[in-house]
Ligand binder design. Structure first.
Ligand SMILES: [Zn+2]
Length: 403
């Protein structure tokens, strides 16, 4: 009879005689190498375990807190050090959206992530803290450490104008929008927007096609999209290398088990061994906390480095050129208006019949170019879009005045 058969028989007997002790077997690291070691420990039935209270979960003595403080000091970062914003960047969208998103991410790292990590690393090191308390805090941290990457990807998505839906909720909104016709109906002085659903069969086809076609933001889709669209700069190559770090996958592997299969603090859970699906029984849980301690530290290193590189990219405005324009150079010019005297930054452009460039403040002809700077394709495009739009608004105002 194999050792596994022994275990099954003993478990059946234990169940039949309604033994108030249950049999626990410990898997250790050898399990993953298919060298199963059966080790039997008797402990009280987990049903009899006392429920922990708020006070049990939040006992942080001085030693725990001082170790936590030490870790918080080691891992928190001043991402902003010695760095000024590139003054030639079109700040419209960036100052309204990208800078605040980046600042939130940096604060999230320095506050939620570092504080939670400091506590968890300190608790894991302590012999006096129960396994369930360690698990409770570690589980919270694991979700934070995993989710921060989605926040990070969202910033790149916005910054590079990739327009990948951030999640399935937004994806479904986009699909719903494709299933209606929008009409603008004028009633007296008001224009009403009326949505008319498309015929059901047409909707079904659109839904089926778009469900396949539209991909939701994640590591894979982000990397593929930016590799296909852009001639990557060294900093973007570094970002891709960091988000592909092995320690992120190791943490995700643990997080996925927590989401789908077993809480970090469970002693008895579904597992898979060399004999197929099985049950893991271990009063110290299924996750090796010494390994988790190491994985957390490695993740903190990778996250802080990745935020630092993204910070530099955004502050220096180092957006890569598209692949089709990879060898083109883009410039912005600093101009001074001869009429109103105001200085402005414009995309370098050729005017019709080489006429003078229009001043974007007073719209008179005649500006003096006082400086010229290299920029990137997206910043150039943003500035050109803004300049043309402002010009159209100016023409509209003139038309309104004389009509
Ligand atoms: Zn002017």
């Amino acid at each position: 009879m194999t050792s596994m058969n022994h275990i099954i028989v003993i478990l059946i007997i234990a169940k039949r005689i309604k033994c108030k002790w249950i049999l626990l077997m410990n898997y250790d690291k050898c399990c993953s190498k298919n060298r199963y070691i059966g080790r039997f420990i008797f402990m009280k039935n987990s049903n009899k375990e006392k429920l922990l209270s708020l006070k049990d979960y939040y006992i942080f003595n001085d030693k725990t807190l001082s170790t936590a403080e030490k870790y918080i000091k080691v891992f928190s970062k001043d991402f902003n050090r010695d760095m000024d914003v590139n003054e030639h960047t079109d700040m419209g969208m960036i100052s309204l959206i990208i800078f605040p998103m980046l600042k939130q991410l940096e604060n999230y790292y320095n506050e939620e992530i570092c504080i939670s990590s400091g506590i968890v690393l300190s608790l894991i090191e302590s012999d006096e803290i129960s396994f369930r308390v360690k698990s409770y805090h570690a589980e919270n941290l694991i979700f934070r450490l995993s989710s921060i990457w989605d926040y990070y990807f969202n910033i790149i998505n916005e910054y590079l104008h990739l327009e990948i839906p951030a999640d399935n909720i937004i994806k479904n909104e986009i699909i719903n929008r494709h299933c209606v016709n929008v009409d603008f109906i004028k009633r007296e002085n008001i224009t009403e927007v009326v949505e008319k659903p498309l015929p059901i069969q047409k909707q079904k086809k659109i839904r089926k096609d778009l469900k396949k076609e539209i991909k939701v933001l994640g590591k894979g889709i982000l990397i593929n999209t930016i590799r296909q669209k852009f001639d990557l700069t060294d900093r973007f190559k570094k970002i891709i290398s960091l988000i592909n770090s092995e320690c992120i996958e190791e943490l995700k592997h643990i997080r996925n088990q927590i989401i789908h299969r077993r809480a970090l603090g469970t002693g008895i859970s579904v597992d898979y061994g060399f004999l197929g699906q099985s049950v893991s029984i271990n009063n110290k849980g299924w996750c090796d906390f010494n390994e988790l301690h190491q994985i957390i530290k490695e993740n903190l290193e990778v996250i802080s480095k990745a935020i630092q590189v993204l910070h530099e990219v955004i502050f220096l405005d180092e957006r890569p050129n598209s692949i089709e324009n990879k060898d083109k150079q883009y410039f912005v010019i600093k101009v001074k208006c001869k009429a109103c005297g105001k200085e402005s930054i414009l995309p370098e452009m050729k005017t019709i019949e080489n006429k003078d460039i229009l001043c974007p403040v007073c719209w008179e002809h005649g500006v003096e170019i006082i400086d010229k700077f290299r920029t990137n394709e997206i910043n150039y495009g943003d500035r050109m879009y803004k300049h043309v739009n402002n010009f159209i608004e100016h023409i509209d105002k003139i038309n309104e005045k004389y009509n």
